[in-house]
Design a protein around this ligand. Sequence first.
Ligand SMILES: [Zn+2]
Length: 340
Amino acid sequence: MKAIRIHQFGGPEVLIYEDIPDPRPRKDQVLVRVRACALNHLDVWVRKGLPGVKLPHIPGSDIAGEVVEVGEYINHFKPGQRVAVAPMHFCGHCAKCVAGLQNQCREFTVLGNGVAGGDCELIAVPAANVIPIPDTLDFNQAASVPLVFLTAWHMLVGRAGVRQGQTVLILGAGSGVGIAAIQIAKLFHCRVIATAGNEQKLEKARALGADFGINHYTQKISDEVRKITDKEGVDLVFEHVGAATWDESLKSLKSGGTLVTCGATTGSSVGIDVRHLFARQLTLLGSYMGTMGELHEVLSHVFAGRLKPVVDRIFPVKEIRTAHEDLEKSAMFGKIVVNP
Ligand SMILES: [Zn+2]
């Protein structure tokens, strides 16, 4: 099959389009023909070099495609079926896995990070990872859902326990997780304040349901939040930007508020004044991907049309270098997808 592999870490030029042997499914696996694979910021981190990535490596986390072949032990899928692949790897038998907490498994990793991903034509995955998709979603839309919607759902629902009517500040509304978070917060009838780097992105965030927009380059986030909330601050801050926005995010919280974070795109070293943490009784939560149960839960809302994937642009997989360059420029609103 054709695949994108990296043989060394570096810039987009290390992404090589080449022929490699087809994978063979084990008896408990399903072989999926990849029709679309969506990019995430993780692809850039993996390409630049993350611990645990063994070379050569196939990147790509978010896969939609068709079942080609099923292992001997599998009887609930058939060839031709349209599916999405859960973008995670876990052992399936430890105490955390059997409790449904796959993202706390010691073997847990994201597809395309610690294990081979989907920037290729065929992938063999455990049957538990394979989820049928409805005809209402095309492959590019389906591939745009799993990682970001699961991450945002686990952050807001699983970790922060979002409640109806809360006020939520969502950083980086033009990113995949931001787009998911706006919609999930609105599903819970929250008041949503979204930040983005330009007016076009803020307009699109409003079209997805955001009630207020803040330009995080030209406006001071915490000042705008104070104005919008009549000096009170927000119940929840949805963080993934990191160093560039951290102080403003903390300042935007009301007393007793919660900040939940899943990333640090602009830098991972941040500070905190412990006096603010205890005197204002803040809660800081870390979040990483989500569980299989949560993936099925958030997908049910996508399949019913209550949450909508947003696809920005699509490339043939052999043009993946351009796709990575576009991702690093953050010029998009929504997902960048490649097609084998
Ligand atoms: Zn496990």
